[in-house]
Design a protein around this ligand. Structure first.
Ligand code: ADP
Ligand code: MG
Length: 452
């Protein structure tokens, strides 16, 4: 099995950029196989999150393909191994260009992750769906603490929020190598907070976040939902930084008002600055993202394959990238050209249990359930508000999340004209921008049900 791992690594190495491979896979050690899982030893928890999000499917598929008949478990048990930490550090330090690293203040609490070297503005593809968030982020990166403070970026899973906040951090450090940036997920913030309370280290925790920090990049704030004490701590952290003109960037999967169980005064802080959303990218942007990714990973990507993948995987950029890698690895393993046929075959294997399989009908059904109307109503011509409003909401969500064309949506909603769809999408979009509570509440609740 050890050999299998080495072999799989060899294949992955050929498909990932040297930087990614050295940063994320080289420090990982194979720890054997248990009854239902393989064991991977990692330097810190961040590796588990990162690998699970980006490379795990690929690793498992590669192992399985190499193992042939023998079944490889589909689960992983992560084992923290402190001795690997130095190895990981060494790997990162050889990564060009060496990003100046902020000093670590307190070594004891669970490690706070540095900026991710991979996420930069230069490899972020801008399109209509993320233009505003990108522009605000760039402004933040060049003039921190002034124009857009705080900056609040919200949007669905895998749409580039973490990428943007890291890029802001890099941009700031590039201009001012002495700027102390702190990138932290709300989850990690919570864990560190709890740890420091238990270990009587709250003073150094506060020092670290309130006085030794020039830029606080707080990812996935929705994690604080219902955690009153951590919210309280964050509120004071926020104020301390804000009043000394330090830049604060917060991301969330929903609009500030929609974060459940979040204290009103925190929400109003979030809204006091700039609020920008990232939406699912349009087809052209998805193609550009694929091309860019292919280039950085040295994958030769024929145009028709890019088009096919971009048309198939619509709601999540992470998924899009994962699919590209999967096809590339499969081509390598089977010694086949990376063509449309192979791409289609790969997609057939993964689509049924992917969220990318979400359809217009899924959205229609959930919208109907939410508003208590029938599927037939939503496709009907009835204009009563009890029906027309849910219909418009459903059209809006379909367009945002699936990127389906207006004519096709018209068709799926009982043969309506594309201009009807267009005006519905505009109307709901406008109400969202005006922060209409009814619309925000409905769209938020439905999206949660859809798991996006
Ligand atoms: P989120 O934090 O919103 O869930 P991430 O920032 O982790 O999403 O993005 C998921 C993956 O997609 C990352 O690998 C990121 O680099 C990539 N990605 C997302 N949006 C873009 C974009 N516009 N251009 C290039 N890569 C992108
Ligand atoms: Mg994220």
């Amino acid at each position: 099995m050890e050999q299998l791992w080495e072999k799989a690594l060899g294949i992955l190495k050929a498909h990932l950029s040297a930087e990614n491979f050295e940063t994320w896979l080289e420090p990982v050690q194979f720890g054997g196989i248990e009854s239902d899982s393989i064991v991977l030893k990692i330097p810190n928890q961040f590796f588990a999150e990162w690998i699970a999000a980006h490379y795990l499917d690929l690793i498992l598929e590669t192992l399985q393909a190499e193992a042939g008949e023998t079944l490889v478990p589909k689960k992983v048990r992560w084992e923290l191994d402190e001795t690997l930490r130095e190895k990981a550090q060494a790997a990162r330090e050889t990564t060009p260009p060496p990003a100046p690293r902020p000093p670590r203040a307190t070594p004891k609490p669970p490690d706070s992750a540095d900026l991710n070297p991979k996420y930069r503005f230069k490899n972020f593809v801008v399109g209509p769906a993320n233009q505003l968030a990108h522009a605000a982020s760039v402004a933040c990166g060049s003039d921190p603490g002034r124009r857009y403070n705080p900056l609040f970026i919200y949007g669905g899973v895998g749409l580039g929020k973490t990428h943007l906040v890291n890029a802001i951090g890099h941009a700031i450090v590039q201009r001012n190598p002495r700027a102390r940036t702190l990138y932290v997920s709300a989850e990690r913030f919570t864990n560190e907070f709890i740890w420091s309370l238990q270990n009587h280290e709250i003073n150094s925790f506060r020092k670290r976040y309130r006085t030794q920090c020039d830029v606080l990049l707080m990812d996935d704030i929705q994690f604080l939902a219902g955690r009153e004490q951590t919210q309280e701590e964050f509120f004071h952290t926020f104020n301390a930084l804000y009043h000394s003109d330090k830049q604060i960037v917060v991301t969330s999967d929903v609009y500030p008002h929609q974060i459940s169980e979040m204290k009103e005064r925190l929400i109003s802080r979030f809204q006091s600055g700039m609020v920008a959303d990232v939406q699912a990218p349009e087809l052209d942007t998805r193609i550009a993202i694929l091309q860019q990714k292919a280039e950085s990973e040295d994958i030769e990507l024929p145009g028709e394959v890019a088009l096919f993948l971009a048309q198939t995987v619509r709601s999540n950029v992470r998924e899009l990238e994962g699919t590209l890698l999967r096809v590339a690895v499969k081509a390598e393993l089977l010694g086949l050209p990376m063509d449309l046929e192979l791409a289609k075959e790969t997609m057939r294997a993964v689509l049924p249990n992917q969220d990318t399989a979400m359809t217009v009908e899924d959205i229609q059904r959930i919208v109907c359930a939410y508003f208590g109307i029938r599927l037939a109503d939503i496709k009907s011509r009835r204009r009563h508000r009890a029906v027309s409003f849910p219909r418009m909401v459903a059209m809006y969500i379909c367009r945002q999340r699936l990127g389906t064309s207006y004519p096709e949506l018209g068709e799926r909603f009982g043969g309506k004209d594309h201009t009807t769809v267009l005006s519905a999408v505009r109307k709901i979009g406008g109400l969202m921008e005006d922060q209409d509570e009814h619309v925000l509440g409905a769209v938020g609740a439905i999206e949660r049900k859809l798991g996006i």
